[in-house]
Structure formats: structure tokens, C-alpha cells
Design a binder for this molecule. Structure first.
Ligand code: ATP
Ligand code: MG
Length: 392
């Protein structure tokens, strides 16, 4: 056979099928640049995977006239239709075991488009499913494109036409473009599916850990004294707001428990509660700990790191021992509180965050302000709703 042959016979087990690589001698013309451009724009524009698949199939049908076109995803030993045009509505609910369908098996085994011989008597997986036809399909043209990504078969695109020679002489460029576009759409959808599942899983883990942290040590403020009842009322009152809250009290009176209670009673209860002990961070690392840093920002910053503010996005940040925060970090914290924006160390732009801050200290912060150890403006910002936890 010469190199210009439209199709060649390949032996696939006992099945004779043709590997289609036509040069466009007749019938179907090569995909035009404008069709390609429109398809690329459509695919990029699509919001959902289903919409992207439908646009893809519409573009395929406009390039190669056919009665049915189906995009299937490979899931282990099965093929699952993701989108179709021309089959009955129930086609999308089907699963095809590859080895039970010789046509699918041939396509999956091939690395190039497969054109089934006219009159090929292999059973058709779509028998009884083509719209407008009942029972087994009459003699028709049938072609399958294996869709690959990184050398792996990820899916199949099939085309069926009632016109027996419909797929003879399809330009190889058309087939290549269709296979590439379909594989790219499928790969993007699979990637998004994976990322979405990953993100849902991560949120569930966060939720679980947050709930666990909230009920740690019983999780409830114990005590029925008048002061304790007053404290509980205060907490119930201020918890739902988004204001920063300063929790003051002597060592061991339950300030951390108060912070957890506030978070648990707030609208952010399902979101993370992130804890920072300001007394435990070396001074030169405070800024990076709170706001994060980018790779190379300082010696030892080997990769980007998210700060606690960003981790608490949507939830609550509990700054314990805030009285120990160095003055330089205090001014950055004030800015974060005022503007709800943070600037990771080494990054020139700011990022927006939505964080509610709770702060606790066993110092009397007002005294720290008087001694110039705590910024007055930050103190005022934090003490809109000061809560004093009384000793038991
Ligand atoms: N009213 C309370 N009800 C139940 N448990 C309490 C109460 N007060 C304190 N505790 C318990 O006492 C221990 C210390 O509480 P917590 O860590 O919240 O104190 P703190 O004020 O943060 O202390 P520090 O200033 O040392 O950090 C915890 O195990 C906490 O559960
Ligand atoms: Mg504490």
C-alpha cells in the first residue's frame, strides 16, 4: 500500500478493521481554521463539563456528517458514555464492558482511529439505541477514535452513520483534530472532577478536625455562678458578630475555652478555627507565620507557605498570648484587621481574606499600651468587645 492510501486494514485479534488515515480525496473537507477557532473558544467558554462535551460533539458533527456521535470515558474495564448525540436518551445511563464489545475492544486496543469494514459483522454496542431505529442496526458506517493522554487510554469517541461509506476518505487532519480536542476536553473534565473530589474531601477533614477541637476537654464552660452565667450570656451575644474580640483573664481561667465557645456559637462554626500562640514564635518568623511567605523571600524559604490568616480564611483565627506579639508584627496585624487583606512576605501584591480574629492574653493589655509595649490603635481595634474571664 502506498503512503497516500486512505485507509489500511489492521488485524485486531480475529477482527479485520481499518486504521483510518485518509488524505481527504473526497467527501469530507478538512476542518477549517474558523471551525477550530470557534471550537477552542467554545470549549474555553464552557462553564460545565457537560456543556463542553456537548459543544465538542456539535463541532464533530459539523465536521463529519454522522447520525450518532458518542464520547465515552474509560473507567477501568468499562466505557461510560459522558455525552452523545443521536442515541436514545437512556444511552447515558449505560456502562459497556470493553471485552464484551468487540468493536470497543478493537478501538481501545488501537492507537489510531479505527474504521470498521463496511459490512463488518461484529455486534454493534449501540444496537437498539440509535434514535429512529429499533432492533439491530442495519449495515452502516462505524468509526472509533481512541483518546489518549500521556500514553494512557482515557476514553473513546465513536461515530456512526447510516450512509455506508460516510467515513471513507476523511482527511487525517480532521481525525487528528477531533481526537485531540476530545482527549483534551475529557482530560480537563477528569482533572476538574479529581480536584473537586479532593477539595470536598479536604473540607470534610477540616470540618471533622474543627468539630473535634471544639469538643476537646469537654468543650463546655462549666460553672453556674452568677459571673459564669453573665459570661455565657455575653458570649452568646457577641459570638454571631464578625467583630474582633479580646479575651482577657489570668492564667488557667479558661480563655482558650472561651475562644472555642465563641467560634462554636458563631456563623463560622463549620469553618476552620486556626490557633496561633504568639508567644511561641521566634520574632523574625512572626510575620511569615501569620501572613505566609513566597519561595525565596528569605534564607530558608524554600517554598511558598500559606500563613495562618490565609488558612483561617472563612473561619476564625485565634491569636493566643497576643500581648507577646512584637511591635512590628502588631502594625501588620492592624492592617490585616482594618482592610481584611494580607501581604505574604516577599510578595508585592496583597490578597483578600475573610477572617474573624479572637485574641487572648493574661496581661492587662491597657497597661501594656501605657508602657508602649502594645500599639494603642491595635488595642482599640481589638477591644471593641473586651471579655474578661473571671477566676473560678
Ligand atoms: N469554666 C471552665 N469550665 C470548664 N473547664 C475549664 C473552665 N476554666 C478552665 N477550664 C479548664 O482549665 C484548663 C485551662 O483552660 P484554658 O487553657 O482555656 O486557660 P487559659 O486561660 O487559656 O490559660 P493560659 O493563660 O494558661 O493559657 C483547660 O483544661 C480548661 O478546659
Ligand atoms: Mg491559653
Amino acid at each position: 500500500m502506498s503512503e497516500k492510501t486512505d485507509t489500511s486494514l489492521i488485524k485486531s485479534g480475529d477482527i479485520f478493521v481499518k486504521a483510518a488515515h485518509g488524505e481527504g480525496s473526497s467527501g469530507v473537507s478538512p476542518v477549517s481554521q474558523s471551525t477550530l477557532l470557534q471550537l477552542a473558544i467554545d470549549l474555553a467558554d464552557s462553564l460545565s463539563a457537560q456543556d463542553r462535551f456537548n459543544r465538542l460533539l456539535t463541532a464533530v458533527r459539523s465536521s463529519v456528517p454522522c447520525d450518532a456521535v458518542v464520547l465515552l470515558q474509560r473507567m477501568g474495564h468499562e466505557l461510560k458514555p459522558l455525552a452523545q448525540k443521536g442515541l436514545g436518551a437512556d444511552a447515558l445511563g449505560r456502562r459497556f464492558e470493553i471485552r464484551s464489545h468487540p468493536r470497543f475492544e478493537a478501538i481501545c486496543r488501537s492507537e489510531t482511529p479505527v474504521l470498521f469494514e463496511f459490512g463488518c459483522d461484529l455486534p454493534d454496542p449501540y444496537d437498539g439505541m440509535l434514535q429512529g431505529f429499533s432492533g439491530d442496526l442495519p449495515v452502516h458506517a462505524c468509526m472509533g477514535l481512541p483518546l489518549q493522554s500521556d500514553g494512557q487510554l482515557i476514553g473513546v469517541l465513536t461515530l456512526d452513520s447510516m450512509t455506508p461509506d460516510a467515513f471513507e476518505h476523511i482527511p487525517s487532519q480532521t481525525l487528528e483534530v477531533m481526537a485531540a480536542m476530545a482527549a483534551a476536553s475529557l482530560k480537563t473534565a477528569m482533572l476538574l472532577q479529581h480536584l473537586e473530589a479532593d477539595s470536598v474531601h479536604t473540607r470534610n477533614v477540616i470540618h471533622e478536625l474543627t468539630q473535634e477541637a471544639l469538643i476537646k476537654d469537654g468543650g463546655e464552660l462549666i460553672g453556674d455562678s452568677a459571673v459564669m452565667q453573665k459570661l455565657k450570656q455575653e458570649l452568646a451575644l457577641v459570638a454571631p458578630s464578625d467583630f474582633a474580640i479580646l479575651i482577657e483573664g489570668e492564667t488557667g481561667v479558661g480563655k482558650e475555652l472561651v475562644a472555642r465557645t465563641l467560634h462554636g456559637l458563631s456563623q463560622r462554626a463549620k469553618e476552620p478555627l486556626v490557633y496561633v500562640n504568639c508567644a511561641a514564635i521566634p520574632e523574625h518568623l512572626v510575620e511569615s507565620e501569620l501572613f505566609g511567605h513566597i519561595k525565596g523571600a528569605f534564607t530558608g524559604a524554600e517554598r511558598n507557605r500559606e500563613g495562618k490568616f490565609s488558612l483561617a480564611d472563612g473561619g476564625t483565627l485565634f491569636l493566643d498570648e497576643i500581648g507577646e506579639l512584637p511591635l512590628a508584627a502588631q502594625s501588620k496585624l492592624l492592617r490585616a484587621l482594618q482592610n481584611q487583606e494580607i501581604q505574604p512576605v516577599g510578595q508585592d501584591r496583597v490578597s483578600n481574606v475573610n477572617v474573624r480574629v479572637l485574641a487572648a492574653t493574661n496581661r492587662v493589655l491597657q497597661h501594656e499600651v501605657e508602657r508602649n509595649r502594645f500599639r494603642a490603635d491595635l488595642y482599640h481595634r481589638l477591644s471593641v468587645y473586651p471579655i474578661r474571664v473571671p477566676p473560678p
